[in-house]
Design a protein around this ligand. Structure first.
Ligand code: NAI
Ligand code: MG
Length: 353
């Protein structure tokens, strides 16, 4: 029996417009194979819309997304629009209003992709960053004082709640229990003396509930060094909003290109839709040339299928990704090749068929 899904599509700006169609091409093939019927509602919410109409999305934007099974986003950002306006005008409201408090960012070094690190062996590097996605350092609390004067100052408050830390830490422990059973908590309780010791305390408390998971904590600076030196040692890494953000870009670079990395903004209760997107931004430096790596968006589509309860369809995509990378030398320029987005996507589609 055909299963129906209703997806909200926000291609956004720059290469978001180029990698989203690639992900849809792949989804089309997978849907046919698995007897799935995806219907898409496309929204033109973007910096382009901001420049034209003065806002990233309409006032009732959140309500218009609410009844979808999932949201798929390309990327937003244009040089003419300050990045904090595009982020706070679209992505952050969606994450917060839909309680997408988990940001999942898997990292793998694929066979056939050269990591910039000598120590990153394909098959060995396979970990996932679990980033807190709705509180922490990314807060609107604070302000500027004495604007334009020599004594000008800015105060930015971070917000950590017991409930917010507990649920993200529990999610990470649970995930580790179903993977290799190892969890690393990113902290900085030597320098940040209120929020980070609070975070550490809750990690220690919750660990008791997950006796099968070996865990430790690392200061964020030392952790960055260890990821570079021994990326194969990690399984699940949990971090605050800021630490998780930084770690996942670092990890994506370890994997060979930020163009490969996907992200899921997950509402675990499923009360609201979750949102799937590549980790990368709109890449204005290469936008319009048709050379963006579509793998981040395609892998994000696989994460969406997994979340929708379609693991066989999801692993079809990740298997095809691995096969094309291992068995062909077709690559987009970020991975040292000369293929266009369309050529690479066509090859992947061929493997899927
Ligand atoms: P970026 O991720 O757009 O680009 C960083 C570098 O990686 C660039 O040299 C770019 O060419 C390259 N790159 C990124 N994705 C690629 C892909 N798929 N294939 C090949 N190369 C790729 O980050 P940047 O330059 O810091 O930000 C550009 C704009 O994107 C900004 O306006 C920023 O705010 C926005 N942005 C949006 C995000 C989102 O929508 N979720 C996330 C990150 C940034
Ligand atoms: Mg980031």
């Amino acid at each position: 029996m055909t299963q129906n899904f209703h997806i909200a599509l926000i291609p956004g700006d720059g290469i978001g417009q180029e990698v989203t169609p690639a992900a849809l091409d792949v989804l089309d093939v997978v849907c046919k194979k698995h007897d799935l019927n995806f219907t898409y509602d496309e929204f033109d919410w973007s910096c382009e819309r901001y420049l034209r109409e003065g806002s990233m999305m309409p006032a009732d934007g959140i309500d218009r997304l609410r009844d979808h099974d999932a949201i798929f986003l390309g990327a937003v950002g244009r040089p003419e629009v300050p990045d904090h306006l595009s982020l706070w005008g679209l992505l952050i409201p969606i994450r917060r209003r839909f309680h997408q408090y988990v940001n999942l960012r898997p990292i793998k070094v694929f066979d056939g992709v050269e990591s910039p690190l000598r120590g990153a062996v394909p098959g060995e590097v396979d970990f996932i960053v679990v980033r807190e996605n709705v509180e922490g350092e990314y807060s609107e609390i604070g302000g500027r004082h004495n604007l334009g004067l020599p004594e000008e100052m800015a105060v930015q408050e971070a917000v950590f709640t017991r409930g917010g830390i507990t649920r993200i830490v529990d999610y990470a422990f649970e995930l580790a229990a179903h993977r290799k059973g190892r969890l690393t908590s990113a902290t900085k309780s030597n320098g940040i003396v209120h929020t980070m010791p609070f975070w550490d305390e809750i990690v220690r408390e919750r660990a008791v509930e997950f006796p099968g998971v070996r865990w430790n904590q690392e200061h964020i600076d030392a952790l960055c060094a260890k990821i570079v030196l021994h990326p194969g040692r990690f399984d699940v890494i949990v971090g605050s909003n800021l630490f998780g953000d930084i770690l996942s870009d670092l990890a994506a670079a370890v994997a060979g290109s930020i163009g490969i990395a996907p992200a899921g903004n997950i509402n675990p209760s499923r009360e609201f839709p979750s949102m799937f997107e590549p980790v990368h931004g709109s890449a204005p430096d290469i936008a319009g040339r048709g050379i963006a790596n579509p793998l981040g968006a395609i892998w994000a589509a696989a994460m969406m299928l997994e979340h929708l309860g379609l693991p066989a369809a999801a692993s079809d995509i990740t298997d095809a990704m691995a096969a094309v990378l291992a068995k062909t030398d077709l690559r987009t320029p970020d991975l040292g090749g000369t293929a266009t987005t369309a050529e690479f996507t066509a090859k992947l589609v061929e493997y899927l068929r």
